[in-house]
Write a protein that binds this ligand. Sequence first.
Ligand code: SAM
Ligand code: 2KA
Ligand code: SF4
Ligand code: MG
Length: 210
Amino acid sequence: MTKEEEDILLQEGKMLPVMEHFYTIQGEGFHAGKAAYFIRLGGCDVGCHWCDVKESWDPKLHPLMNTEEIAETAARYCKTIVLTGGEPLMWNLEILTSKLKELGCTIHIETSGAYPMSGHLDWITLSPKKTGLPLADIYKEASELKMIIFNQNDFKFAQEQGGKVNDKCELYLQSEWSKRDVMYPKITDFILEHPKWRSSIQTHKYLNIP
Ligand SMILES: C[S@@+](CC[C@H](N)C(=O)[O-])C[C@H]1O[C@@H](n2cnc3c(N)ncnc32)[C@H](O)[C@@H]1O
Ligand SMILES: Nc1nc2[nH]cc(C(=O)O)c2c(=O)[nH]1
Ligand code: SF4
Ligand SMILES: [Mg+2]
């Protein structure tokens, strides 16, 4: 296949760069503890210096896979699918999510919101980043807001972003992993003062699962 032919299939969402796909337990946020099949798409230019999957950033390092085949594989394991990355909204998710819906799946997405929404998404986990702010449309659609706390300034950013989401959106503070010993005590104090927020912990890292 030529580069041009590949680009067309990517634009149409018929093929997608898949870094990895695996059956595990959702570790974070509202659905923590739930079995889910994760599809991690390559490609992200948001540039979080503490990102725990920097290997995902360059999409060229990840093989293009046939979208309908990846959907069929996922749905054989589980009907809860988590699309993540990288930044999954960099890609056209129409075909992937249509196929997953046809197979009876509920589709969750983990996103920074920095790219336009596409496809059929049942649960949107929005995790805004200062280096690539969410586009305006996603705030009214977000199911949960998951703010990463790396330092004290991030509480202010969390409150700003919390003011932009819809009323039904669940609000979470999650410490950046390497700062957890310092930041969870601060997150605890913050939540006791602002009880509409809840804490989220990357439980999969304690369980030693993907
Ligand atoms: C790797 S990102 C991929 C999806 C999307 N790019 C995003 O940032 O939402 C998945 C989730 O992990 C969070 N995350 C990434 N690195 C982290 C770290 N070092 N500590 C805590 N959470 C982290 C992100 O904020 C996001 O909520
Ligand atoms: N178990 C598990 N839960 C997760 N929740 C969000 C993740 C992600 O990287 O998007 C993630 C992940 O990588 N593993
Ligand atoms: S937006 Fe997500 S994938 Fe991209 S650098 Fe930040 S945490 Fe990593
Ligand atoms: Mg992760």
